[in-house]
Design a protein around this ligand. Structure first.
Ligand SMILES: [Zn+2]
Length: 478
């Protein structure tokens, strides 16, 4: 079955047809490294990790490039703040390296596969950017203005096609900032002449540094070629960043990206995340309290194209959802040992839920539906176990169901299936034995004893929950 992707450029869902069969070349705009990575960065990285994983799952050979912006005003400002008095030509790099390594650590803690990722840094690409800019000047799509070089948007074919805006309208909203020497307010800097004390490189136009947009056009074509399959990033990058990437690359005679994927942005309790609002949540803040699968389930519950509002409550619920896997694996283990005779039920539930999962992912990576199918398989497997048939086939079906859950969960969603940051002191068998004691106590109307067992378990970090159908489930306390 083919995969369909919503292409932001055509504003339509399109069948993914790669340039070369079974090969996907993909470029994602990565972080500007000047601060601790937060849960918005994690969502972006995880969305593209899941997309990449799913493409690999469908047997594509994926080349995945995610750039690092390590030359930027924000980094320079941070260097002035953290390393006052030091030469900015070297201190900016120290700051960028420090926060890039924090980013790598956080991604590693998230279990986001970094193997095989190509991660070019802007600072390593300055000579190639200069060459690219020279080419644009040679083609008369860029012009030099007192040591700066600007892209001439009047020379771009269909400028505004990605963000779906008319040039006239954009121009009326744009303005020329102080110190900019450009012909049109929409023209953007490819090269900026050096300001005193700031990091600068030699160029044919004098000392300076590149504008932000040029690095992605240069690095993508250098690594993936003049035309490649997928370009991704956050919705906030459509304009001007991605619009300008297209203008630059097409201006240099390249075909550039064929499918554009944009993800929605993350808010905290309905507000934009910012340090000044005091709602800045780092990836490690979350992972110090919750298992990584809880955060992943929370992300998967929202389709990548939609905005996502983060609340602690939703994270608690996602944590409870992780326990459903844990309980299931416990049940399958028990069922393997059991030998109860009974009637075997048809096992088409495995195929059905797996197909639903794949159908959902094929349809523009619909993770909320795919996750629901995975939990559907968890429920159906539990029901099958309860149907209790002790034949070889019964065990085989349980093994198969568990295998599918582990395969899809691990390979597509990157689950670790371990609440490993929090270890309980008592084993699962003991918990279950006490649950039976409590049920017996309740049946004997000894509510004092029943309550004592419940409180006792709670003291050991185990919360009991009574379901509507009279069963009792348990989960670890947060
Ligand atoms: Zn970019």
């Amino acid at each position: 079955m083919p995969i369909f992707i919503y292409n932001s450029l055509s504003r339509k869902k399109e069948e993914l047809v790669p340039l070369k069969p079974k090969e996907i070349k993909m470029y994602v705009c990565g972080p500007t490294v000047y601060d601790q990575p937060h849960i918005g960065h994690a969502r972006s990285a995880y969305i593209f990790d899941v997309i990449k994983r799913y493409l690999v799952y469908k047997d594509y050979e994926v080349t995945f490039v995610r750039n690092v912006t390590d030359v930027d005003d924000k980094i320079i400002n941070k260097a002035k703040e953290e390393l006052p008095g030091e030469d900015l030509n070297t201190s900016f790099k120290k700051v960028a390296d420090k926060y890039l390594s924090a980013y790598h650590d956080a991604l590693n803690n998230l279990g986001i596969e970094e193997n095989g990722i190509v991660e070019p840094k802007a600072s390593d690409y300055i000579p190639k950017m200069i060459k690219f800019i020279q080419d644009l000047i040679g083609r008369d799509t860029a012009y030099i203005s007192e040591g700066d070089v600007y892209f001439d948007i009047k020379k771009a074919r269909d400028y505004g096609k990605l963000s779906n805006q008319a040039i006239g309208k954009m121009e009326s909203g744009a303005r020329v900032a102080l110190g900019e020497k450009k012909k049109d307010p929409l023209d953007f800097a490819l090269w900026k002449s050096a300001k005193a004390g700031e990091p600068a490189w030699d160029s044919p136009w004098g000392k300076g540094r590149p504008g932000w947009h040029i690095e992605c056009s240069v690095m993508s074509s250098d690594i993936l070629g003049d035309e490649f399959d997928i370009h991704g990033g956050g919705l906030d990058l459509i304009f001007p960043h991605h619009e300008n990437e297209i203008a630059q690359s097409e201006g240099a005679g390249k075909k550039f990206a064929r499918y554009w994927i944009h993800h929605g942005l993350l808010t905290i309790n309905g507000q934009k995340m910012s340090k000044s609002l005091g709602n800045f949540i780092t990836i490690n803040d979350v992972l110090s309290k919750y298992p990584v699968d809880a955060l992943k389930i929370l992300y998967l519950q929202t389709h990548y194209s939609n905005p996502m509002d983060f609340t602690e409550r939703k994270l608690d619920d996602a944590y409870k959802a992780t326990q459903r896997f844990e309980m299931l694996f416990h049940n399958t283990q028990k069922a393997r040992k059991s030998c109860i005779s009974g009637i075997r039920k048809a096992a088409d539930f495995i195929e059905k839920n797996k197909n639903n999962f794949i159908e959902a992912m094929d349809d523009n990576f619909n993770t909320p539906d795919a996750l629901a199918s995975l939990f559907g398989l968890v429920s159906d497997t539990n029901k099958f176990i309860d149907s209790g048939a002790g034949s070889d086939e019964y065990v085989q079906i349980i093994n198969e169901a568990e295998g599918v859950i582990r395969d899809l969960g691990k390979n597509v969603f990157g689950f670790v299936f371990e609440n490993n940051h929090e270890v309980t002191e008592i084993g699962q068998d003991e918990i279950e034995a006490r649950i039976i004691d409590r049920t017996n106590a309740k049946q004997a109307k000894d509510y004092v004893l029943a309550d004592k067992i419940r409180k006792n378990l709670e003291g050991q970090g185990i919360i009991l929950e009574d379901t509507k159908d009279g069963k009792t489930t348990w989960r670890k306390k947060l």
